[in-house]
Design a protein around this ligand. Structure first.
Ligand code: HPA
Ligand code: ZN
Length: 335
């Protein structure tokens, strides 16, 4: 079996995926037409050519512009269903999806419109595709904490369908402590706390996300490697990292995939998972991320299978569901 087929055959979970980042240029143009939105690009090719980012902010500017075509419940449904179908085709059996309510409510779209479209697609995905899922609501960190508070209030009626809260958008200059109060309220309401930390921000932001926000999973986390004592802590507590290799390359967090710190993370005993982040913008879904690091770092099949195991171990699935998924990996590895 080729390495490619081995990766395809591995059952996998995805734990770091922004649903708005799955908006492929073709769908963006179709929705722009459907909703009468004018895009500043005349073709899919011209849009794709603009996906050349020097840092996180370069990407975010296009990401927020792109999501402006999302307006109706059907748009959110179509976006989510397209992602689920792609994931299922890659043997992703479980996915934990971020959404950015403020990226929509800021434009006058109702929270309920966004939620209902995504939620209905997740329900149908479960029944029609057999893919299980969870939904995580992110706060935009470039906005004020009071804005996040208002968003948390809007989410309350839906809380049994939203497993956690996250923190994304521009990291530098917006440390985790800015959101200490809203995270305390969210935890009290039963949301599981996660946060982007250490993508562009320093190791101190990762420590602060753990201490001030009490997060149970770290999104990205790359820069924790600058602080050996912090790495030891994260490894001994087995707090998972959701690493996104193609994202790291496209946003210049790493300059070359061969320089990616994945192996260093594994050797340090960190519970690392592989994820696609914003696949429509970064050039690949889950399998392309596995393939990219396998080739650049010459990962073995054992290491790939361990990464797939980690994806379920680090998930918010029940213990029983996790065990079932791990058994499926053992079967796939045995051929
Ligand atoms: N980092 C921060 N914010 C984001 C990202 C990311 O990789 N993707 C979407 N919003
Ligand atoms: Zn992300």
């Amino acid at each position: 079996m080729s390495m490619h087929d081995f990766i395809q055959a591995l059952p996998k979970a995805e734990l770091h995926l922004h649903i708005e980042g799955t908006l492929e240029p073709e769908l963006m143009f179709a929705l722009a037409q459907r909703n009468g939105v004018e895009l500043p690009y005349h073709s899919v090719e011209a849009l794709r050519a603009a996906y050349d980012f020097g840092n996180l902010q370069d990407f975010l500017d296009l990401y927020y512009q792109g999501m402006s075509v999302l307006q109706t419940e059907q748009d959110y449904y179509d976006l989510t269903m397209a992602y689920l179908q792609k994931s299922r085709a890659q043997n992703v059996l479980h996915t934990e999806i971020f959404f950015d309510p403020q990226g929509h409510t800021e434009r006058g779209i109702e929270f309920s419109t966004v939620f209902n479209g995504i939620h209905q697609a997740l329900k149908d995905g479960r029944h029609e595709l057999g893919i299980s899922s969870r939904l995580i609501m992110c706060f935009l960190r470039h906005l004020e904490e009071s804005d996040a508070m208002a968003t948390l209030q809007q989410a309350m009626p839906y809380k049994e369908h939203i497993i956690g809260v996250g923190l994304d958008s521009s990291e530098l200059g917006h440390p985790p402590a800015k959101f200490k109060n809203v995270y305390a309220l969210a935890r009290e309401a039963g949301f599981l706390p996660v946060a982007h930390a250490g993508e562009e921000g320093p190791a101190e932001y990762v420590a602060s996300a753990l201490d001030d926000l009490q997060i149970v999973r770290i999104d990205h986390g790359n820069r924790c490697l600058d602080d050996p004592a912090l790495v030891k802590r994260i490894a001994s507590e087995q707090i998972p990292l959701t690493v996104c290799p193609l994202s790291n390359l496209k946003l210049c967090v790493v300059t070359d995939m061969r320089q990616h710190p994945l192996r260093q993370m594994l050797n340090s005993g960190l519970l690392v998972t592989l994820n696609s982040d914003d696949p429509a913008y970064f050039g690949g879904y889950v399998n392309e991320n596995y393939i990219a690091v396998q080739q650049a770092l010459n990962l073995s099949r054992t290491e790939l299978a361990d990464l797939a195991r980690n994806s379920f171990t680090a998930s918010f699935l029940s213990r029983e569901d996790r065990r079932e998924m791990l058994a499926k990996i053992d079967q796939a590895v045995a051929g």
